[in-house]
Design a protein around this ligand. Structure first.
Ligand code: NAD
Ligand code: DAU
Length: 339
């Protein structure tokens, strides 16, 4: 079996590459990644010499490069993680989100149509469902919840999802889509809430909480997400959407306080800053479908997952210190300088 994993030098994609190489020693895993600011080759250094692994630097929007790779590798499955993934960046500059997330998805699917494929899997997000109110804990996102996006990022992901379903219906492309809640774990880029708070706390820097910190996210340990995608590409039904969530809703402020406690840092580092524009209040996934059909359940309790994650950031300082010392500084200044 040959699988192309796009975006495999990023957070979830790299964890998926590790999971697949370990679990399926007879599979060939090809990582196709443009290495944007979010993609780090150092993340993949432990697998670079694995004979079952190949890294290809290319843009998923580059039709010629993508077709060439299909001609060389004849993939059976494509798992499309490649995306611009940060909501705040999409608010600053939506263009690249439309390009990579929509045009890139179409380009990958065109290659699948042209060369044939057993499965195209689109890694999507719960953000396509918009948000839920805080005072209705009974409401959860199901696969039938209407698409209702808030940010340029979520709109671009929703556009991609609609295209995937169109390619399934129009061309019979064997597709599946998964919509997952917020992931956390190793190799999470330190612009996102959990790694940003860990890195800042370790450097005794302010911890910038947007608005009142009451927004709720449904946190899932990244390995559990990888296991869910593994199940879907092997056993999921084509043309179907599967929600993936952690049964683990937490308010941002509680996460930040927990990180302070785990690191022995004072809560006085917490600084309330200007809210994100269009900030979604609450995400909460109902993962009943994937549980009933494929037997998937989140395995990692947040209390354990956050300890493992913090330990990883403590033991892998060089990975994130290199990131926060480079171009990231300009981003940080621009985004947080005058909040
Ligand atoms: P990430 O930003 O950490 O990684 C994205 C990767 O894609 C990087 O390696 C980057 O170099 C690569 N990439 C970007 N543009 C590319 C292009 N044009 N061509 C080829 N490669 C390109 O993202 P992530 O957090 O790992 O998210 C992966 C996927 O999962 C995304 O599709 C995202 O929408 C989705 N998702 C993320 C989460 C989450 O909590 N992080 C939750 C649900 C869904
Ligand atoms: O729900 C899935 C989505 O989760 C994925 O589709 C996205 O790719 C991923 O980035 C993530 O989006 P969020 O916007 O939820 O994640 P982020 O880590 O940016 O923010 C989480 C919450 O924390 C959100 O309510 C905003 C808040 N926040 C974030 C940052 C970066 C802060 O309060 N301060 C911060 O500095």
């Amino acid at each position: 079996m040959t699988i192309i994993v796009t975006g495999g030098a990023g957070f979830i994609g790299s964890n998926f590459v590790f999971h697949m190489l370990k679990k399926y020693p007879d599979y060939r895993i090809i990582c196709l990644d443009k290495l944007t600011y979010a993609g780090n080759l150092s993340t993949l250094k432990s697998v670079m010499d694995n004979p079952n692994f190949r890294f290809v630097k290319a843009d998923i929007c580059d039709r010629e490069a993508v077709y060439k790779l299909f001609e060389e590798e004849h993939p059976d499955i494509v798992v499309n993680f490649a995306a611009e993934s940060h909501v705040d960046r999409s608010i600053e500059d939506p263009g690249i989100f439309l390009q990579t997330n929509i045009i890139g998805t179409a380009t990958m699917m065109d290659a699948c149509r042209k060369y044939g494929i057993k499965r195209y899997h689109q890694v999507s997000t719960d953000e396509v469902y918009g948000d839920l109110p805080l005072d209705r804990p009974d409401l959860l996102f199901t696969e039938e919840t209407p698409i209702h996006t808030s940010s340029p990022y979520s709109s671009s992901k929703a556009g991609a999802d609609l295209l995937v379903m169109a390619y399934y219906r129009t061309y019979g492309l064997p597709c599946t889509i998964s919509r997952c809640s917020n992931n956390y774990g190793p190799y999470h880029f330190p612009e996102k809430l959990i790694p940003l708070m860990i890195a800042n706390a370790l450097n005794d820097k302010p911890l910038p909480v947007y608005g009142e910190g009451k927004n709720v996210r449904d946190w899932l340990y990244v390995e559990d997400h990888c296991k869910a995608i593994d199940l879907i590409i092997h056993k999921g039904r084509v043309g179907e959407v599967y929600n993936i969530g952690g049964h683990n809703e937490m308010a941002n402020i509680d996460i930040v306080k927990l990180i302070c406690k785990e690191l022995g840092k004072p809560e006085s580092l917490i600084t309330y800053v200007k809210d994100r524009k269009g900030h979604d209040m609450r995400y909460a996934i109902d993962p009943t479908k994937i549980h009933n059909e494929l037997g998937w359940l989140p395995e990692t309790k947040f209390a354990d997952g956050i300890k493992k994650t913090i330990k990883w950031y403590l033991e892998n300082r060089e990975w994130w210190e290199e990131i926060v010392s480079g171009e990231y500084q300009n981003y940080y200044e621009k985004m947080y300088g005058n909040r």
